[in-house]
Design a protein around this ligand. Structure first.
Ligand SMILES: *[C@@H]1O[C@H](CO)[C@@H](O)[C@H](O)[C@H]1NC(C)=O
Ligand SMILES: *[C@@H]1O[C@H](CO)[C@@H](O)[C@H](O)[C@H]1NC(C)=O
Length: 567
């Protein structure tokens, strides 16, 4: 997505722009919002002046009470001791030296055995203490059972794999150097997401070493190995295995990779805590016509017919929809209530849930911003077209692929419905037959046939994680305590200029967690850290992460183990 790369250049002066592969990256809404904030778009008032009165004074942003910090001294030691920092940078750097790249087609994953050797060597206590489940050979689940069987375990996830390095000449150093320069650690996977995986292992290793690992509530550390190519070999198998082993709905909540927990932006500090993700469907269309010599063509060739289908399909945008369950609404409510939004937007955001006029205004406002609008609109992208054989013979078979990310309020059926509308129009116009997923809509004619189908997985938008419940309170109560009292003590006092705002959020692509839907309805995505991840080029060349953010992972989870697993 080149435009995204453009925005990256605008924000981070220190790194060269490079195309971010848009295939997944986790944080696209989080990041869309961050870019939106960083570039100051939020300051442009929408074309509305009405001030809406909110109907109730009850807070809309789900702010939980803080948990008492259990490990103040260890947190401070982890965050600030130079010896610990150096040792951690060394261990983390070694993880980046083991290439665990996945490609779209993976004949075998044997390189991952080296990563397992690395883990066994550096985290011996974790291997000794946990029950280690190897799922589909390279999937890893470290199980620490709790002493109270009534408490469902918490599952913390990350992935072992990384995207490829791209063109090596774009990198200013060896992509697998794992070099620590005193501030940052460099290499493929540094920010997506070996920082999280290794940080979780470091936190647990130290926790066991400090003889604290007798948990009331169990914990699972689960690491897939092909997240970057959809997780079918790793997370999918881990999910099935754990449903067999523990049962459905057997996990309290899951925390997966996501935007950093505390990023300064828009005059405040935000955690865009992901609680929902868009759906997904790929369509494929073929038009097959009789061939022949180009000197005696029909009025339209299969390429012309396909062009008609694609351009008319593209001309109709999916309608923007903002049902209450879209976490984007929560994001804007939190920003309105606790942050620095201009008054006009603020009142519209706070009234949108109860007032349909306000909601329409809010939709209009979101639509003005290309980074935000796809969080309320199903996207369509014609990504591949091929057809034609020779410059002087008529094309026979033309094929096109269209990718969609489905917004809350739409479903897979919304896409099928629209695709069929234009396919029927095309078939009628050119008098050809039409089938959809094997079903005949119009019989084949002598002019040809259009075949419309989908392939791969059909995903409706994810069920959103509830934001006022126990799981939300447990996670965010620990986040607040950690950032407000340990990382930035004294900064976010009552009446301070800046707040720490934990806002439910949505993302446009999917991560491994869609394979875990049967384990829990409480899925969050967020990674401890203080940087703006767009400074660190996930998927781009010169990927890195700041050591402060890496140490946040270790310190946050060290305290979390002591506290959340012993309540
Ligand atoms: C940590 O590493 C730096 C070099 O990056 C070195 O200058 C410093 O002395 C080391 N500190 C400790 C306590 O090992
Ligand atoms: C047309 O091409 C598609 C994609 O390559 C293929 O799946 C399909 O079988 C072809 N149809 C015919 C009639 O050749």
């Amino acid at each position: 997505m080149p435009a995204l790369a453009l925005s990256v250049t605008d924000i981070g002066e220190k790194r060269q722009p490079a195309p971010l592969t848009y295939k997944k990256w986790a944080y696209v809404l989080g990041s869309a919002l961050l870019i939106w904030f960083a570039l100051g778009f939020y300051k442009t008032s929408p074309a509305v002046v009405t001030n809406f009165k909110t109907s109730s004074s009850a807070p809309k942003c789900p702010t939980s009470p803080k948990f008492e910090i259990k490990e103040h001294e260890q947190i401070q030691y982890i965050l600030h001791d130079e010896g610990f920092r150096n040792k951690s940078a060394e261990i983390f750097g070694r993880a980046l030296q083991v290439a665990t790249v996945v490609y779209d087609v993976m004949p075998d994953y044997s390189e991952f055995a080296k990563f397992h050797e690395y883990l066994e060597k550096h985290f011996p206590l974790v291997y000794k203490t946990a029950k280690v489940h190897k799922v589909n050979q390279y999937g890893l689940v470290f199980e620490f059972a709790g002493t109270n069987p009534d408490l469902k375990p918490i599952m913390l996830t990350a992935h072992q794999d990384t995207v490829p390095i791209g063109d090596p000449s774009d990198w200013s150093e060896d992509p697998f150097s794992g070099r620590y320069d005193g501030k940052e650690v460099h290499g493929r996977g540094a920010s997506d997401c070996k920082n999280l995986l290794v940080g979780l292992m470091e936190a647990m290793e130290k926790f066991i070493e400090d003889e604290k690992a007798d948990f009331k509530r169990g914990v699972l550390l689960a690491f897939g190995f092909d997240e970057e190519k959809s997780g079918f070999d790793g997370a999918r198998k881990i999910g099935e295995y754990l449903v067999d082993y523990l049962g459905k709905d057997s996990v309290f909540f899951i925390v997966d990779e996501g935007p950093n927990m505390c990023t300064e932006t828009m005059g405040d500090y935000y955690a865009m805590l992901i609680t929902g993700e868009k759906g997904y469907v790929d369509l494929i269309a073929n038009i097959v016509t009789p061939g022949g010599h180009s000197s005696l063509p029909k009025d339209h060739t299969s390429i012309g017919m396909m062009s008609y289908f694609l351009t008319s399909y593209e001309d109709e945008m999916y309608q923007s929809v903002l049902p209450d369950q879209n976490p984007l609404l929560n994001t804007l409510e939190c920003a309105a209530e606790q942050g620095h939004l201009p008054e006009a937007i603020r009142s519209v955001a706070l009234s949108a849930r109860d007032n349909s006029v306000a909601k329409e205004k809010l939709i209009e406002y979101i639509e003005q911003d290309w980074l935000l609008k796809y969080n309320i609109r199903t996207s369509q992208a014609v990504d591949i077209v091929y057809g034609g054989d020779k410059s002087n013979s008529l094309p026979r078979n033309v094929t096109a692929y269209i990718n969609h990310r489905i917004a809350y309020g739409n479903s897979v059926d919304t896409v099928f419905h629209k695709a069929l509308k234009y396919a029927k129009m095309t078939a009628k116009k050119f008098d050809i037959g039409l089938t959809f997923h094997g079903r005949t809509i119009f019989p084949v004619t002598e002019n040809g046939l259009m075949v419309l189908d989908y392939f791969g997985e059909l995903l409706n938008p994810a069920a959103t994680t509830p934001v006022w419940g126990d799981a939300w309170d447990t996670l965010t109560g620990h986040m607040r305590a950690f950032y407000e009292e340990e990382v930035y003590p004294g900064k976010f006092h009552v009446g301070a200029e800046q707040n720490y705002i934990i806002a439910p959020s949505v993302m446009t692509p999917n991560t491994d967690t869609r394979h875990y839907w049967d384990l829990t309805g409480n899925i969050f995505k967020s990674t401890p850290g203080v940087s703006n991840l767009f400074d660190y080029m996930p998927h781009g060349p010169d990927e890195a992460i700041d050591m402060d953010s890496h140490l946040n992972v270790i310190a946050f989870y060290y305290n979390f183990f002591a506290s959340a697993l012993n309540q």
